[in-house]
Design a protein around this ligand. Structure first.
Ligand code: GLP
Length: 270
């Protein structure tokens, strides 16, 4: 697992966006051979989305032959609710790029049969040849997508109950009212993420420091589902300095040293 440590959130976001753009360009996607992205919501990826929009506007990347699958969605929140992940994705990313509407996949948290919805989502991913690059963030408790502590590390797309911690964390988007936060979500599983050919996780801010320490230094553990990334042959974390607050000095220095030639986001696009 690689750990890229950037000085701040802006550079972390630029690094992630340039990495994604470079991957897409290198794959040279076409209608016959599209490139498949797994996508997150939350505040962590916002800077990356902004940078990707700029790269698209500058003609440096095209999303014409990109297929996307979002990680998760709240259950029973209307699709047009301002806090649905559907709204988030269209407002913050899809409306600003040349993606084809039919290439966007977001779990329907209002489907009459949610189990069927989840099983079909997995099938759709298989049909397009799997995810080439899964992007993600993590919760302060180390959850990836909505795979809360205790989730099976081989889990697939399914319905999950949100923990009190996550409901409190996400209440900032619901007028700080925990009662307005949905109690369940549909989410890809840890196993679904691990099946991607590559995984890139963004970790920023002090409140993620314990989770980063677990995945960088700890053992694989169902209580910190992000630690499953250690099993992935091509797992990358891009973090800011604030998120490194709990790393031991030796581990911090090790990753700084081994990645010293890869830290400049501009070098990725050359
Ligand atoms: C939610 C999402 C996760 C996300 C997490 C962190 O729980 N389901 O995919 O990683 O929030 O959000 P933020 O990036 O806003 O800290």
């Amino acid at each position: 697992m690689r750990l890229i440590i950037e000085p701040d959130y802006d550079l972390l976001s630029k690094w992630a966006a340039n990495y994604v753009a470079a991957k897409i360009t290198k794959a040279n996607p076409s209608a016959q051979k599209p490139f498949v992205l797994g996508l997150p919501t939350g505040s962590s990826p916002l800077g990356m989305y902004k940078n990707l929009i700029e790269l698209y506007k500058a003609g440096k990347v095209s999303f014409e032959h990109i297929i996307t699958f979002n990680m998760d969605e709240y259950v029973a929140l209307p699709q047009n609710h301002p806090q649905s992940y559907y709204t988030f994705m269209w407002e913050n990313f899809f409306s600003h790029i040349n993606i084809k509407k039919e290439n966007v996949h977001i779990l329907n948290g209002n489907a009459p049969d949610l189990e069927k919805e989840c099983a079909e989502y997995e099938e759709e991913m298989k049909k397009v040849g799997g995810i080439d690059l899964f992007l993600g963030g993590i919760g302060p408790d180390g959850h990836i997508a909505f795979n809360e502590p205790g989730s099976s590390l081989s889990s697939r797309t399914r319905i999950k109950t949100l923990t009190t911690d996550t409901i409190i964390a996400n209440s900032r988007f619901f007028d700080n009212d925990v009662n307005k936060v949905p109690k369940t979500a549909v989410t890809v599983g840890v196993g679904t993420v691990l099946d991607a050919k590559e995984v890139l996780i963004m970790v920023n801010g002090h409140n993620k420091a314990r989770a980063l320490q677990q995945v960088a230094e700890g053992a694989i553990n169902q209580m910190w589902t992000i630690t499953a990334l250690q099993l992935h042959p091509k797992g990358i974390i891009v973090a800011d300095e604030a998120a490194c607050a709990e790393l031991t000095v030796g581990v911090y220095k090790y990753f700084k040293d081994i990645e010293k030639d890869n830290l400049n986001p501009d070098s990725l696009l050359k």
